[in-house]
Structure formats: C-alpha cells, structure tokens
Design a protein around this ligand. Structure first.
Ligand code: 13P
Ligand code: SF4
Length: 298
C-alpha cells in the first residue's frame, strides 16, 4: 500500500497533509503533519496540483477555499466534526441580527457557510490574538465552541457573546479524570486543549492547540506529561520527544471522525480521486476573506 501511495503521489503531483489526530500510519506517510492552522497555511502555499487532506471535512473545505484551482480530496466523506455541525449559517445570521454591531469570530471548526457569515476566523492557536485584533469597544460574537470562547475570555478579559457548541470529545474531560491521572503521575505536567471545559483548563499548566502543545513540550525540561487531547497526538509526541513520557488524560479520548481515515481509504481515494471537495463560488469568496484574515494572525 505504501509503495502504491508513494508512486501515485508522484503521478498525481499530490501532497498528503494530515492532522495530529490521525492514525500513526497516516501521520507517517503524510508529507506534512500539523494542527489546523498549520494545515491551512500549508494548503495555501503548496504548489502540488492535488491536496489529499487526512483530517475532517472542515479542514478539506478550508484547503479548497484557500486553493480553489487545486483538487482537494477527503478520503472518507463521513469524516466530519460534530462541533462544526452545531451551528448553521441561518442560526449565525439570527445571532448577528440580534447584535448588529458585533464582530463575528468563528472557530475554523465550522462549515464554509458559517465562515462566509463571519468577519474573521481563528484556530485554537491564534484565537486569543484574533480577538485582541478587534477594537476593544466592539462587541464580539464567538462561534461555535463555548469552551474555546471561555478560554479566550479568560486570557483577554473580554466578555463575548458565545454560541453554546462544544467538542463532544474534549468536553467530557472532568476534574475527576485529572485527579486520577495526577495521583498516578504526581510529577507530570498537565497540558490540555482549550476545547476542554473551563474548570479543567484552570487546573492545567498549559492550555494550547496541538501545535502549541508540541512546542511547549519540546522546550520543557519536564519528563512526564498528562495530555488532555485526542489520543492520535500521543504518536506525534512520542516521535518528537522519545525521551519523555506521555499519559492520556482519560481512557478513550478518541475522535471517531478523525479515525475514519485509514491507509486503505487513502489508497482508494488516490486511485478513484474521490471524494472531491467543492465549495460554491459565492460562499468560497466570502469565506476566503475570513480565512485570509486568520492566516495573517499568529
Ligand atoms: P488544533 O487547532 O489544535 O489542530 O485542533 C483542531 C481540533 O479539531 C481539535 O479538536
Ligand atoms: Fe471536531 Fe472534536 Fe473531532 Fe476536533 S476532536 S475534529 S473538535 S469532534
């Protein structure tokens, strides 16, 4: 399978980009592995003709919005993001009508239609700076993740109008889980994703996107870490920091959607060129502006 994928990649002039939550074998065969912001940046700058996105639908959509002239393939069309599905463009329009002066910040985990209704997008790695870029006196609508929104509020001291969405995978991490892991590993540093509940984030030594966690852990002198995010990321950490120990904050910390992509499906996708992601041009143009603004902010 690996030989087929490598030769097909040359034939198609394709690049395989993967998220840190992907299966180890997918991360290993990918040309680029990163967090959502790094994947979007890679999709915007690649010279390949075909982008194969090993992640979930909003990531492939973002790649298409940024590189419309390229063929963007998601190896399994079922791979969505339940959080992104928690708000529709219509619901966001209603929220805007209630707060006509507000700037709309949408988390990249959202549909192209929701992005098109927003002013600026963010990922978990630049959400705080994105909100800081909005004039102090202007109200901010933040969608769809209430937990990331709450984390941004804690860092900026700014109250926002938040949508009540959440990641069903991160939102179920509890203080009890943390206590259990801390008892087992008393010297470990706790690092969590901002999609976790606020009470858990408050207990953490660091709250960062997956890319931010990797940087933080690489530069830390500590040897043990409790990780509050999806299990696929442990593979990335073990590859990058073989001298450190990692413990998942709770058993079964797995995003089913991220795991829809397998080597078999990747092979099939490269053979059949399915599933191609399309975004209606009118939506794409508006969403592009919103993503470009996000990419400009670190
Ligand atoms: P990152 O921005 O850290 O890649 O997170 C994306 C995501 O879907 C987290 O659940
Ligand atoms: Fe969506 Fe959560 Fe899966 Fe990330 S981990 S893709 S937010 S469901």
């Amino acid at each position: 399978m690996r030989i087929f994928i490598e030769s097909k990649k040359q034939e198609l002039n394709a690049i395989i980009i993967a998220h840190y939550y992907q299966l180890p074998e997918i991360q290993e065969i990918a040309d680029f592995v990163g967090d959502s912001l790094q994947m979007a940046r890679q999709a915007a700058r690649t010279e390949a003709r075909v982008i194969i996105c090993c992640g979930v639908r909003f990531m492939a959509e973002s790649a298409k919005i940024l590189s419309p002239e390229k063929t963007v393939i998601l190896p399994d069309i079922q791979a969505g993001c339940p959080m992104a599905d928690m708000i529709t463009a219509e619901q966001l329009r209603a929220m805007k009508a209630d707060h006509p002066n507000a700037a709309v910040v949408c988390y990249v985990n959202s549909s192209a239609e929701v992005k098109a209704e927003s002013d600026i997008c963010c990922t978990s790695s630049n959400a705080v700076n994105v909100v800081r870029s909005i004039p102090e006196e202007q109200p901010v609508i933040f969608v769809p993740d209430r937990n990331l929104g709450s984390y941004v509020e804690s860092q900026t001291g700014r109250k926002m109008i938040r949508w009540e969405g959440c990641c069903p995978i991160h939102d179920v991490l509890t203080l009890q889980d943390i206590e259990t892991q801390k008892k087992l590993h008393p010297d470990a540093i706790l690092v969590v994703h901002p999609e976790c509940p606020p009470a858990v984030c408050r207990q953490a030594d660091a709250v960062c996107s997956t890319g931010g966690m990797l940087q933080y852990i690489k530069s830390s002198t500590a040897k043990e870490f409790i990780i509050g995010t999806e299990e696929g990321f442990l593979h990335t950490l073990q590859q990058n920091c073989p001298d450190k120990q990692f413990y998942l904050a709770r058993a079964g910390f797995q995003c089913r959607d991220m795991k829809y992509i397998s080597l078999e499906k990747l092979t099939r996708a490269m053979d059949s060129m399915a599933y191609q992601i399309e975004v209606a041009e009118e939506i794409r143009k508006r969403a592009r502006i919103v993503l470009d603004r996000m990419i400009a902010i670190n």
